[in-house]
Design a binder for this molecule. Sequence first.
Ligand code: COA
Length: 339
Amino acid sequence: MTSNAANTQSLLPVRIAGTGSYVPKKILTNHDLEKMVETSDDWITSRTGIKERHIAAKDEFTSHMATHAANRALEQAGLQGEDLDLIIVATITPDTLTPATACYVQQSLGANRAIAFDISAACSGFLYALEFARVAIAAGSVKTALIIGAEKLSAFVNWTDRDTCVLFGDGAGAAVLSAQKNDSDTGKILSSHLGTDGKQTAILNIPGGGSACPITLQNAEQHLAALSMQGREVFKCAVNAMRQASEIAIEKAGLTSEDIDLVIPHQANLRIIDAITDRLKISKDRVFINLDKYGNTSAAAVAIALDEATRSDAVKPGDRILLVAFGAGLTWASAVIEW
Ligand code: COA
């Protein structure tokens, strides 16, 4: 099922007024993983492009990383927590099942006026949050929104399973959204597109820890609260869904792939990214990659990459950026932004 809700033409234009990101200090390299499971730097690099990932400390939670990223986004936007009307945290690794991680973030930012809740759309979550915050601002129900993609995946990985443990990392990225007031305002959201396919829940999930399979003394050693994935199936679905989502967002923006200056894709696997951009006929120098440093940080991945790209010389004023993601659900999402 896909959404046509993102017809930006009929509503107020919305922009990204600031971005921020944060990754924890500790780095776990492929060579470190060689000592933990039967794998090699060569296998991980050639199959995924990942060289290292950041791992949060025991007492560093998803909400802490989200708050660091949010503070940087607020600073760039010239705003404070009390200016926010809405906070959405996209995460599959919340601090607690309830309350939402967004509530902890609201408290730590002193964003007392903001309503706050989480979105669970896996790796597409940040772009789902972008679309729902955009619509809320465009419709006039809120003025200023903070969206965050934040994950502590290291707490939900089976560190004895080489099929999955080499792929993931921790981190957070954030963006502040507000209505576009002047033509010269940067970060205008030109289009977006969301999609879901609930028939494919089995190929990528965390089977335990929810009401369907609570963790008990009897099953505690089966790693049920860890990510489980059929890698090859996910790979194929990711390529198809992200290519289609990209084409739809580009078309909705009234553009062609030649007009896209930079693609910021979900950072799961370099081979997936190459397959999509080859099909879109977008050259490699127009694709932003940071998965070598961070691995797959799920909902945080596009958000961290957007912050790094727009703070670097990879993006110039007026550039058109395609954001595209794919994740468990299955879910997929895309957006085109004019910087
Ligand atoms: N180190 C060494 N060997 C490994 C390994 C590791 N970390 N993980 C798996 N292997 C082995 C497998 O056991 C298999 O061995 P076999 O041929 O003897 O059975 C072999 O490598 C090939 O496995 P395969 O699953 O076919 O590899 P692949 O080329 O499909 O790459 C993934 C595996 C997971 C990297 C790839 O499928 C992928 O990236 N999938 C999508 C992941 C993703 O994007 N997930 C998140 C979506 S948001």
